[in-house]
Write a protein that binds this ligand. Structure first.
Ligand SMILES: Nc1ncnc2c1ncn2[C@@H]1O[C@H](COP(=O)(O)OP(=O)(O)O)[C@@H](O)[C@H]1O
Ligand SMILES: [Mg+2]
Length: 478
């Protein structure tokens, strides 16, 4: 539920609930009162009291019209008694401050009481004659002969009228009390529904502020608050990811620095040794000198290559190198690649050939130059880690429904099965490679970055002592 709807619902409930409570209590009271108190409260009561009132007013009008000085014993007295019989009441008529008529069965005390009640505006205007309670109602009047006076009626009050009055007051009071209680309850529930999730959210924020990110912000409460929780949860995940990425980046940097210093130190130390040898006069023949200088040159190139690899790797890592994709016929591309590498490989007695299992010309989108770097890395590894007299490199081209699979297979020394997965890690070099062949340990890490930059995959399958296959899958285009 959203907050707007909840507010509408609660406000409606604040009105409806007291109404229902008051109605239920009224119904119960009415049905119980007729059962237990021998009284009934109904519409007839109202009708009767209205009737009495109209009868009284009629009578007052008649009196004002009458010109009789002494009512006793006249027809008009009969008429009055008839009217009074209808309402069971009594009457006192005052003309010019003297009582000119009063009903039978009234003594002096009753008349005095009635007059004082009629004049007393602040009292309840009640008198008791015999066992009957009367309500005293006074009406001013002007007689035909212009004299002023008033008529005082004593109307018997029924118990029910009081009950009815009290009942209405009680129902009103119940309505008011239940309104207040409902509104307190509804406000409490409403604030709980809104405040509890907000408090939870606040606690989560405090945790995040204190750097704790390993918890989940639960989605609770109304729609708007749930959405707020979702946003905060996403923010927490992003924050956590970015902190993790930063930590990883820091670790990478530390590893990079320690690996660079370690890997650069080896060739530099050997250059230092050879230079020292020359300075000490150890290279005392032109041949020796040439050998020393050639070694120094080789090591310098090695350092240069390592720095190149490092630069390329960090640029790829920072995604600073744009790829220039071109639609390329994969078979043509590998034929060219073989043509380029064959002469150099032949020097090491390694044969290279292509086994094309593609049915017809197939195209891929590649950055030819960067992709060539991948293939050269792989072929160079096959050459470097070749331990057989007759070296062989075969490039297989196959296809699946959506990709071209390139497999570059050699019959070299192979890789221990525990290490196959590590060869794409930066600075990873097999133990034997570290001591024998030159390299930076970045070749395959760079290759992986480039292949993944082409939305491709690269992996290795190797058989220790027998050889290694590096496989690449890359999407076909038409
Ligand atoms: N064809 C292969 N045969 C055997 N070992 C290989 C081959 N290719 C890669 N490796 C192993 O993987 C490691 C990582 O290769 P690479 O990233 O190219 O670094 P580098 O060639 O500079 O050592 C190598 O040091 C080597 O141990
Ligand atoms: Mg390499």
């Amino acid at each position: 539920m959203d907050i707007k709807r909840r507010m509408i619902l609660y406000n409606t409930l604040t009105i409806i609930i007291p109404f229902i409570i008051a109605s239920i209590i009224a119904i119960i009271f009415v049905s119980l009162s007729s059962k237990f108190f021998d009284t009934s409260i109904n519409y007839d009561e109202f009708k009767e009291s209205a009737y009495v009132r109209s009868e009284l007013l009629n009578t007052v009008r008649e009196i004002s019209k009458s010109n009789i000085k002494n009512i006793k014993g006249t027809e008009f007295e009969k008429f009055l008694n008839q009217k009074l019989a209808l309402i069971d009441g009594k009457i006192i008529i005052i003309k010019n401050d003297s009582i000119i008529f009063y009903s039978d069965n009234m003594d002096k005390m009753d008349i005095e009481n009635s007059l004082s009640e009629a004049n007393n505006k602040s009292s309840k205007n009640l008198v008791t004659i015999g066992n009957i309670h009367y309500s005293v109602k006074s009406f001013p009047l002007q007689f035909n002969d212009d004299l002023q006076g008033k008529v005082i009626f004593l109307v018997p009050i029924k118990k029910e009228t009081d009950v009815l009055k009290n009942f209405i007051i009680a129902i009103l009071a119940i309505f008011l009390i239940s309104s207040v209680l409902t509104s307190i309850l509804v406000s409490y529930i409403f604030s709980k529904k809104i405040l509890t999730p907000i408090t939870l959210l606040k606690e989560s924020m405090s945790k995040i502020r204190d750097g704790e990110l390993n918890f989940e912000i639960a989605e609770t409460g109304d729609k708007e608050i749930r959405e707020l929780c979702t946003d905060f949860e996403q923010m927490r995940i992003k924050l956590k990811d970015s902190i993790n990425a930063k930590m990883k980046y820091d670790d990478n940097r530390k590893l990079l620095i320690s690996s660079i210093s370690h890997d650069l130190k080896t060739p530099i130390t050997s250059i230092e040794g050879y230079v020292q040898g020359i300075l000490d006069g150890v290279a005392n023949t032109p041949e020796k000198l040439e050998h020393y200088l050639k070694t120094i040159h080789k090591k310098t190139i090695q350092i240069d290559n390592m720095i190149d690899d490092l630069l390329l790797y960090s640029k790829l890592n920072l995604k600073q190198i744009p790829f220039n994709y071109e639609r390329t016929d994969i078979v043509d591309y590998f034929n060219y690649c073989i043509l380029e590498n064959e002469p150099e490989l032949n020097k090491f007695n390694i044969k290279i050939n292509l086994q094309n299992h593609l049915k017809n010309s197939k195209y891929v989108m590649i950055d030819k130059e960067r992709f060539m770097r991948v293939i050269l890395n792989i072929i160079d590894n096959s050459r470097k880690y070749m331990d057989k007299e007759e070296g062989k490199i075969i490039i297989f081209l196959r296809e699946t429904a959506s990709s071209i699979i390139i497999e570059i297979k050699d019959n070299g020394c192979g890789i221990n099965e525990n290490d196959v997965n590590k060869i794409f890690n930066k600075f990873y070099r097999g133990d034997s490679s570290r001591s024998n062949a030159s390299g930076s340990g970045l070749g395959l890490a760079i290759s992986k970055q480039i292949v993944e930059g082409h939305n491709g995959k690269i992996w290795a399958v190797s058989n220790e002592l027998k050889g290694t296959s590096i496989l690449i899958s890359i999407g076909k285009v038409s």
